[in-house]
Each structure stands twice: as structure tokens, then as C-alpha cells.
Design a protein around this ligand. Structure first.
Ligand code: SF4
Ligand code: SF4
Length: 619
């Protein structure tokens, strides 16, 4: 419309100014809450490559949105791409109200572009209608309470598309075209201020959030000194935390995959993020405790740190720094009181292991099974971990791995002294206990001049390889699945039949380390690998991580039972694991869910099964 009267132009200008003012009024408060938060101490912009790749894949290509929820994800992607295509015609639309045109319907490019956008308009209209039906008719439980504003936004987007298409069909200069032009304009000026007032704020923030998020998966930020206790009050919230809290689009993907939410616990990762947002809305950078009306301590301490939430989140929110930060704030300031947690910390302090055994038990196990001590000449320093040192099944896994190493001529040795890596202390927020354990172990390893290390426990691998690295100790460590996958061709062909083995991806091996194929390659040597309903990046936690294994009774259904049911449902003859914690969690759970439970076996035991039997020696 280029023939608007001056009154219409004045009205248009007033509406645009009002719309921009309302947008800015709220958006400024959001920016202010982010700006008033403390700078993120561990933030480093470099390297830029992964950040740019993340924006290209997750924002522009909508890769993560589609990959994790294909149908609604594609609908969302169509809306996003349609909006991108619409940017130019929207500027043109506003300019035409003032008698200017950027795109002429008479030019070749103009005709092409209006037609191109018309195709997108039809696609967006269909997609938004589909999303509306999903949200208001199908109503997946993970979306939580349906907000009426979502309906208003969907209606406005639909109106924008319909009026664009109608405007193309109508002859310019007619009364109908005039009315449709105004309807399109009104939809635009109402839509804009709704963005910062609703979850659609992610339209503005998510590209920035994805670009700026902390590098590394589920990384725990370092503390910045003696006065830094974690996330205790609003003063501890960093700008990245605040930015992420305001970016949440409330899609519920994190909740859908959270083992705690799935089994009736108080924890809902979406509500942790929204709780922080509510806190910041009320009192940004205040000294009020973060644990309170908006975020419950019970929820924060139910997390298994499985990382499914961060893995799923389409807008770059990192839940673990937040949840572990809250735990740190409670534990490091002495506010968390839990009988089981206190016993765990005492065991770590007194005995140096999470299970509470005397260290002499480890020594006896090593001597009884003639495990060689590491002297700096062997290829591998075999890290036993608490489970490999003291747990009967964990010891069996270690002995199976030792048989494979001996058979393949791979030299190895174990340390004379070893303490817990500090994994449960670190994930439960006890930085003092973690630091003491890490320092003692680092000293031992440096004294032993340890080179390459291998461990049967993905939690040990993560803590040594990532958490200790932040304390300045760099050790090369890999998980036994990685080593076994390389050694497998040197093992004799298995003589047993090919049973079906359902492989359970441990969270700290799969999502944390990105290792999915190696354990499967080991299993596939002697068996047919079967994936349970949730596998690989979507694997469902066994319930042990984040210190949960040591925190006693769970509320609601037990996580290990829920996972064991899925594993049994595969009908496989055996369940394959690659983590001693998973194995421990499934030991009783399988017997509970099935009268004739499948065999439970670690990949090291599968690899060792083809070797000559050894004389029995109780571990
Ligand atoms: S890490 Fe796992 S248990 Fe913790 S909130 Fe996220 S999905 Fe839930
Ligand atoms: S935190 Fe991420 S996955 Fe969870 S509801 Fe918000 S946007 Fe969705």
C-alpha cells in the first residue's frame, strides 16, 4: 500500500513507536537483570569455530530441534525459516505504508521474492496450525501448563501469513487490499511487544545463548576463590546463567528425558531454569538465597547429573552448572543436611573411598589376584576406582579386563595407593572433599610418573580427564571400551552362539564422552547388539550418578527399576553394561522386574569370555 493518507501514516508511525516502546520496556528489564548479574568467571570466547558451528547447526539449520523431536521440530523449523524469509517483505511492508518500496512487484526480483515468500507463508501457516493443535489439543504432558499467550502468538503468526497471502491475491488499491494491509500491520505491531513478555523471548535471545554458552558438555564452572561457594544467593548468578534462564522456551524437552521427572521426583529441570528466571524477575543480584520459594533444595539434590537435559535443550541451556552450583551453594555453606550425604563425605574423608571400606581391602584384592603394580614402564596405568577396588562385581570387571590385557600382551599396572577421584563429592557440591581427594591422587600419579591411563568407570574417566584438568593436572585417560575396541581383533573368535545383548549406554560414556560405537563393537564380536527404546544420546540413566547411589531411598519409582524394565522389554538374553555403577544399579533391579532376568555382563567380561578359562579365584 503506497497510497496511505497522511492520517494513516501518522497512525502507522504512532503504532510502530508504541510497539517498539512496549518491546523495549520489557526487553530492557531483561537485559538489565542479565547485566546486573556477575561476569561469568570461566567465560572464554575462543575458540570461535565451535561457537559459529553451533549457531549454524542449531539456529540456522535447526538441526537439534529437528533431530530430537522430528515432527514438531520440523514444524518449528518451518516457522523459523519462514520468519527469515519474511524479514525483507516485512521491512518492505512497513516502508510501503510511508509510500516507499524496497521490492517492486513489477521487477523480476520482486516478483520472484514475493512468490518465494508466498510458499513459505503457506508452509508457516500449516506448521503453526499443527503446533497449535499439538499444544492445545494433544497437549503432551511435558509441555506442562499451557499458556494462553502461546495461543495468541500462534494466532498472530497465522494471521500474518494469511494476510500476506490474501494481500498478494487482491488487486492493489482496492478497499479489500487496504483492509488486509492494515490487518497485517496490526498483527505485526501486536506481535513485536509480545516477544519479550512471553517465552517467545527466545526469538531474540537463543542465537546469543547458543553462541555464548560454556564450552564442553555439562562442565562444572571453577570456583573463583575462598569467598566463592557456588550458587548461594542472587549475587552468585553469572550473566551466562541469567541469559540462559531468560532464554528457556518452556518446550519441556529436558523434562521429558529427565530420569528424576520420569519417576515422580520433585526435580523438573525446566522448573529449575524457570525458577531462576522468576527469582531474577523479582530480585536480580540480590542477597536472598536462591534455594527458596522458586527452587527447592529437594529437587536440586535429586539430579543424577545424567546430562539428558542439556543434551536435549534446543536453546543452549546448561542445567548442570546451575544444579551443581545450587548444590555447592548449599553444601559449601553448610546448609545441606542429609544423613546419607554426611556418611558419604565421612567415608571419603576417612577411608578415601565412597563405599567406606578400609584401604587394606583394596591391597588384599590386588595381591590375591596378582595384579602388577604400576612402575612407569608399562603401557597403561589401570585406574581401579572405588567400584573396581571394593565392589565384588566391579572387581570381576577389572579381572576380566586384566585377562584381556594379558592375553593381548598389553602391559599394565595398578597404583599402590588410590583414592576416590572425588566424583560424588564434586557432583554433590562438596568442593573441599573433592579438592582434597583430587590433590592426593594427583600427587600419587605424579610420583608414579603415570602416562596413559585406562579405567572401567566412565565417572572416573570424566573426573580425571576433565575435572582434574581444571585443577591443572593433565592425565591421558580412556575408558576400557575404547581400549577393548582396539584390542578386539587380537582376541580369539568366540566359540559360543550369538546371543542377543541389549546394550545400555552409560550417561558418562555416551552423552559426556561421545562414545557409542566402541562398546558396541566389543559386544558385536560375540553377540547381536540390541538397542533398548532409549539408546545412545537418548539413553535413560541407571540412577547412580551425581552421588545418588549413596543417598539412600528414592522418592517415587526407582530410576534403576524404570530403566531395567526398558532393558528387559528388549527380550535380550543379556544386558550389556560398560560402567560398574550401572551394573550395580541393575543387579537388583533386573531381578525385581523379571522372574527370569537376563544375564548382566560388562563388555570386558564379554571380551574375556572367548579366552581360556582361568582357575577360579574369588575376587
Ligand atoms: S542431569 Fe539428568 S537427572 Fe539431572 S536434571 Fe538433567 S535430566 Fe534430570
Ligand atoms: S530448559 Fe531447554 S529443554 Fe528445558 S524447557 Fe527450557 S528450552 Fe526446553
Amino acid at each position: 500500500m503506497t497510497d496511505a493518507s497522511w492520517e494513516e501514516r501518522a497512525l502507522l508511525a504512532a503504532l510502530i513507536l508504541a510497539s517498539l516502546a512496549l518491546f523495549w520496556w520489557r526487553f530492557r528489564r531483561v537485559l538489565d537483570a542479565i547485566r546486573r548479574s556477575r561476569p561469568t568467571p570461566d567465560f572464554e570466547l575462543a575458540p570461535l569455530g565451535p561457537r559459529i558451528r553451533a549457531v549454524l547447526w542449531e539456529v540456522l539449520a535447526q538441526g537439534k530441534v529437528i533431530a530430537e523431536r522430528p515432527l514438531p521440530g520440523l514444524a518449528h523449523a518451518l516457522v523459523f525459516w519462514g520468519f527469515c524469509a519474511f524479514a525483507l517483505v516485512t521491512v518492505n511492508h512497513v516502508a510501503s505504508g510511508f509510500g516507499e518500496r524496497l521490492l517492486s512487484p513489477d521487477s523480476g526480483f520482486g516478483r520472484f521474492y514475493f512468490g518465494f515468500v508466498a510458499v513459505w507463508a503457506a508452509a508457516v501457516a500449516i506448521a503453526i496450525a499443527g503446533l497449535f493443535v499439538r499444544r492445545f489439543v494433544v497437549r503432551p504432558v511435558w509441555l506442562g501448563q499451557v499458556s494462553p499467550e502461546s495461543g495468541v502468538i500462534a494466532l498472530l503468526i497465522f494471521l500474518l501469513m494469511a494476510t500476506y497471502l490474501a494481500g498478494l491475491a487482491l488487486k492493489d488499491g482496492t478497499g479489500a487490499a487496504h483492509a488486509v494491509w492494515w490487518l497485517h500491520t496490526l498483527s505485526l505491531v501486536i506481535f513485536l511487544p509480545l516477544i519479550p513478555h512471553t517465552k517467545h523471548l527466545h526469538l531474540a535471545l537463543s542465537p546469543v545463548t547458543i553462541f555464548l554458552r560454556r564450552q564442553g558438555f555439562s562442565r562444572i564452572p571453577p570456583l573463583t576463590g575462598d569467598e566463592d561457594f557456588g550458587l548461594d544467593t542472587g549475587k552468585d548468578v553469572t550473566r551466562i546463567d541469567a541469559l540462559q534462564a531468560y532464554t528457556c522456551v518452556e518446550c519441556g524437552r529436558c523434562t521429558e528425558h529427565c530420569p528424576a521427572s520420569n519417576t515422580g521426583k520433585a526435580l523438573n529441570p525446566k522448573e529449575i531454569v524457570l525458577g531462576l528466571r522468576r527469582y531474577l524477575n523479582e530480585s536480580p543480584a540480590s542477597e536472598a538465597p536462591l534455594i527458596g520459594p522458586h527452587i527447592s533444595s529437594e529437587a536440586a539434590f535429586q539430579c543424577t547429573t545424567c546430562g539428558a537435559c542439556e543434551f536435549q535443550c534446543p536453546v543452549g541451556i546448561q542445567h548442570l552448572p546451575l544444579i551443581i552450583g545450587l548444590r555447592r551453594g548449599a553444601v559449601n555453606t553448610g546448609k545441606w543436611e542429609d544423613e546419607h550425604g554426611a556418611r558419604l563425605f565421612l567415608n571419603l574423608e576417612r577411608h578415601g573411598n565412597a563405599l567406606g571400606f578400609a584401604p587394606s581391602e583394596r591391597q588384599k584384592f590386588i595381591e590375591k589376584n596378582a595384579l602388577p603394580f604400576y612402575d612407569g614402564t608399562q603401557e597403561y596405568c589401570l585406574w581401579l576406582g572405588c567400584m573396581g577396588s571394593y565392589d565384588p562385581q566391579g572387581r570381576e570387571i577389572v579381572l576380566a579386563l586384566a585377562r584381556v590385557l594379558r592375553h593381548t600382551g598389553t602391559t599394565f599396572g595398578v597404583l599402590r595407593k588410590e583414592k576416590c577421584t572425588g566424583d560424588p563429592a564434586r557432583r554433590l557440591g562438596n568442593d573441599l572433599a573433592f579438592t582434597q581427594l583430587a590433590e592426593a591422587n594427583i600427587e600419587t600419579l605424579r610420583g608414579a610418573q603415570a602416562g596413559k591411563m585406562v579405567s572401567i568407570c566412565p565417572h572416573c574417566v570424566r573426573t580425571i580427564g576433565t575435572d582434574w584438568r581444571e585443577a591443572g593436572a593433565v592425565f591421558e585417560i580412556e575408558h576400557h571400551s575404547e581400549l577393548l575396541a582396539r584390542l578386539a581383533p587380537r582376541l580369539p573368535a568366540p566359540s559360543v552362539g550369538r546371543e542377543r545383548v541389549a546394550f545400555h549406554d552409560p550417561c558418562y560414556l555416551g552423552r559426556y564422552r561421545g562414545i557409542y560405537e566402541e562398546p558396541r563393537r566389543v559386544v558385536a564380536r560375540s553377540a547381536q547388539v540390541v538397542d533398548p527404546a532409549r539408546a545412545r544420546g537418548r539413553s535413560f540413566c541407571c540412577g547412580a550418578g551425581g552421588g545418588q547411589m549413596f543417598l539412600g531411598e528414592e522418592k517415587g519409582k526407582r530410576v534403576n527399576i524404570a530403566r531395567a524394565e526398558e532393558l528387559v522389554a528388549t527380550g535380550a538374553a543379556a544386558i550389556g553394561t560398560a560402567c560398574p555403577f550401572c551394573q550395580s544399579m541393575f543387579r537388583d533391579a533386573l531381578a525385581t522386574v523379571s522372574p527370569a532376568p537376563p544375564r548382566l555382563v560388562d563388555i570386558a567380561q564379554l571380551a574375556a569370555a572367548s579366552l581360556e578359562p582361568q582357575p577360579p579365584s574369588a575376587p
